[in-house]
Design a protein around this ligand. Structure first.
Ligand code: ADP
Ligand code: MG
Length: 269
């Protein structure tokens, strides 16, 4: 009896491995005991197991998509303090977390000074897209342009372009921090126009529109780039002072306030 049991368990483990059902393999005994206790029939048992396998698979796939997106630091909307950035419409951002803009191939432009939460918001939106099954890549604009310039031979260049073409959402972070060369601007325009109506873009920039020519060089190229980018685009302005600065100031003030009232009086006078 014991021997048959062992043989079938070993065989089952082997079959489940061959079928690539690791969660079923890991959980089948535990779920079987539970099903027996609940008086559940065979089909309900199978249903419970397959549900577990699916859930685990989706979780792993989402983790892989986050890894492939290569976020510099993970950020979520839960940690974004909307009261510190009143120019950002909380309702609009919450609506964008549903990712419908990606289905509609619309773009998002985050404009504002350094430290005002553009990359934070872009990361939170893009991470949500990963969770919902979209293919995402987050990259600093200069890094992408440099990679395209350095992909001298055609095969590497086409491979890079092929990787971009497979994305549902491309985040171009920090557009305009460094002026691009002529070739760089043309390559950037190429990325933006290839994505047009095919891949959603989230672009973060400190540049007001009127300054884009200074960075992209030619007026004609700037016009064409902005035309593609801003057609069907949501613009979020992160107005105000740097959050880093405000946060640093709050931190330096906080201990003084929370220690002794005498100290507070000293610092405030
Ligand atoms: P930007 O990309 O506009 O230069 P970041 O998004 O990198 O700014 O923000 C700078 C730092 O401040 C990050 O650590 C970010 O998480 C934090 N931060 C910015 N704005 C907020 C906010 N409204 N609430 C919470 N953290 C914020
Ligand atoms: Mg940034």
């Amino acid at each position: 009896m014991k021997a048959t049991e062992t043989t079938s368990t070993v065989l089952l483990a082997h079959h489940l491995k061959a079928l690539r059902l690791p969660t079923v393999a890991a959980e089948c005994e535990k779920v079987a005991a539970q099903a027996a206790a609940d008086n559940a029939d065979h089909l309900s048992y199978l249903l419970r197991l397959t549900e577990l396998e699916l859930l685990e698979r989706e979780k792993r796939a989402a983790e892989r998509r986050v890894k492939a997106a290569r976020f510099p630091t993970m950020k979520t909307l839960e940690t974004f303090d909307f009261s510190a950035r009143p120019s950002v419409n909380k309702v609009l951002v919450a609506e964008m977390m549903r990712c419908e803009y990606i289905d509609k191939k619309e773009n998002v432009l985050l404009v504002g000074n350094p430290g005002t939460g553009k990359s934070h918001l872009a990361t939170a939106l893009a991470a949500q897209a990963c969770a919902k099954g979209y293919r995402v890549r987050f990259i600093r604009t200069t890094e992408l342009v440099t990679a395209l310039i350095e992909a001298r031979d055609e095969r590497t260049f086409l491979r890079l372009k092929g990787q971009l073409a497979k994305l549902d959402l491309l985040v171009l972070d920090e557009l305009g921090y460094v002026p691009a060369s002529k070739v760089g601007s043309e390559l950037l325009f190429d990325v933006i126009s290839t994505a047009y109506e095919r891949t959603s873009l989230i672009v973060t920039t400190n540049l007001p529109f009127e300054s884009w020519t200074e960075v992209l060089g030619s007026e004609r190229l700037t016009g064409a780039t902005l035309d593609r980018l801003t057609h069907r685009c949501r613009i979020i302005e992160t107005k105000g002072a740097s959050y880093r600065l405000q946060d640093a100031k709050a931190r330096t003030n906080r201990p003084a306030r929370s220690t002794t009232p005498v100290e507070e009086q000293k610092t405030s006078s």
